[in-house]
Design a protein around this ligand. Sequence first.
Ligand code: BTN
Length: 267
Amino acid sequence: MSLQASFISLDGRRLASALAGQVVGGEVQVHEEVGSTSDLARELGAAGYAHGVVIFAECQTSGRGRRENRWSAPPGQDLLCSILLRPSVRMEHWARLTTMAALGICRAIEITTALRPEIKWPNDVFIQDKKCAGILAETFTGEGGAYMVLGIGLNINTDSYPPELRDIATSLRLANGDGRLLDRNLVAIALLKQIDRLLPLWEHGYGSVIDEVRRRSRLLGHVVKARVEGREVEGMASDLTEEGHLLLTLADGSALTLTSAEQVRMT
Ligand code: BTN
């Protein structure tokens, strides 16, 4: 009788050797348990660690999402990672990182599975109408200047969600539907390779990023509702601007540009 494994560990040496020579993953740390990989990356940033250091954890005890939400994941099943970045691009463009990360996640999923991910503007990735990944990009200032921490939670092998999340969250394993565990190392390598390939487009060439994001957008062409400055607006998500902002066409024909913080949902 063979026992089916329920866990494929992240292998720091394998990750580091697959990413050797890249900027992203020039140093890779894999921790069994941390509070939050993003909090740890923030500390490393303050301590002067280099652009491109990646922190993975098998378990987070205080994982953070956007808007003060918690980010929970069962130990050893998903990808919980944060990348320390010291951007050389103009600060007005730092917010573009979220969109590049969303694109990198989609490409990595397509490289390692047969699934068709979509980007739900501005920073979620969906598969089969459920969220499978979230992005938290934060900016900090330390002695060596300002830096960013790109936190990514990508659901890979989680095989069940509590009732309140069952209709809105999924993992690559659940979406695949065959019950098999994915090798998280392969997904992590694909993800960090794609982010490494996208970073040079951060300032020059960003138009090509937006073109691909448009094609992968979950919202474009759909009627959405958004909270803007405390009031609810409804409109057609008609396009992304060259900066990656969402253009809504309202019922009276006027246009509204959403810059990112607003909560948007499909009607
Ligand atoms: C969101 O969708 O609200 C963003 C979720 C980001 C979660 C990741 S998991 C790795 C990193 N560490 C954290 O504490 N948060 C991010």
